[in-house]
Structure formats: structure tokens, C-alpha cells
Design a protein. Structure first.
Length: 73
């Protein structure tokens, strides 16, 4: 049995192309519910969706940048 965990956390906020998204739900199958903050649209995304992939990439890049900064002295 393979268990998958979410790459996102509830209430993660990610800015992408000038739009800010908030993770409002973690759903089965690694799907997420996302709120587009400027329009209050709710989106349901799966790992196959381009927006899901872009949000994950942006989150990962920001985390890597933050980790690098925290180790600099």
C-alpha cells in the first residue's frame, strides 16, 4: 500500500503571476481546494492540473530560498 501525503498545508498562501492563492482544503487523492483571493473563486485542483504544478513549483522555490537565507551568516 502506498500512502501519499499532501505537498501543501492548509492556509498556505502562494503568489503566482500577480495572483494570490490560499489552500483552503486538502482532499483525497492529493487534490486541493484553492481560493483565488482577488475574486474569492474556489478551485479544485489535482496533481495533473497545470495550476497545481505551478503552485507547487512556486512553493518549493520559495521554501528553498528561505532555507538558503536562514543558513547565510
Amino acid at each position: 500500500m502506498i500512502l501519499y501525503t499532501h505537498s501543501f498545508l492548509l492556509r498556505d498562501t502562494i503568489t503566482l503571476n500577480g495572483e494570490t492563492y490560499e489552500i483552503t482544503g486538502l482532499l483525497p487523492g492529493r487534490e486541493i481546494q484553492v481560493s483565488e483571493l482577488s475574486s474569492t473563486k474556489l478551485l479544485k485542483l489535482s496533481p495533473q492540473d497545470d495550476l497545481y504544478k505551478a503552485l507547487l513549483k512556486e512553493k518549493t522555490e520559495n521554501l528553498n530560498t528561505q532555507k538558503f537565507k536562514s543558513f547565510k551568516r
